[in-house]
Design a binder for this molecule. Sequence first.
Ligand code: FE
Length: 218
Amino acid sequence: MGHDHDHDHDQDQDQDHSDVPPPLALRVKALQSVLAAKSIVSEATVDRIVDAYEHRIGPHLGAGVIARAWIDPAFRERLLADGTEAARDHGIRGLDPGVRLVVVENTADVHNVVVCTLCSCYPLQLLGMPPVWYKSAPYRSRVVQDPRGVLAEFGTDVDDDVEVRVWDSNSEVRYLVLPERPAGTDELDEAALAALVGRNAMVGVEHVLPPADPPPAP
Ligand code: FE
């Protein structure tokens, strides 16, 4: 029998015989098979979760929370007092009841940066999947030792008279940075403000920049 793998292996592209999956992928597959066999988690459920994180859950959700905090002082107060409750009120779903969301506010005097020195804890429900750099050993170790140096590598300048605070996430607490609202945005509505807010600003490694100037009229 020939060894042509072009026929019915679309869903198993990782399984080409010349490309053995890495041990972690095999462990995930084995775990998923056992959970499905025991009717604990169906494959359809796993597919729905993966789809949600790939297509529906992402930094646009966190950006919506930030924009609302900028225009709604009462919401900002509630967000800073109890991030979990305020985010839930805003419509963020899937927040783990055992994990506290703590929102830390950037001001003219304080700049906040978030890390998980142990692994990769991250407010997934607001920001989607963490980027590779967030999970990397160099970021996790260096941002606590030399936060200004790491920020500079992201192109982020923080004045010497601004205090930099580094927040170390863990299994019980996830941090979200409430960035400073950029100047020149008084006329923008909530949706336009949200469009300015990127994931990295909510981790604290970048500032939110004002909207780019419109191109000059011809
Ligand atoms: Fe972690």
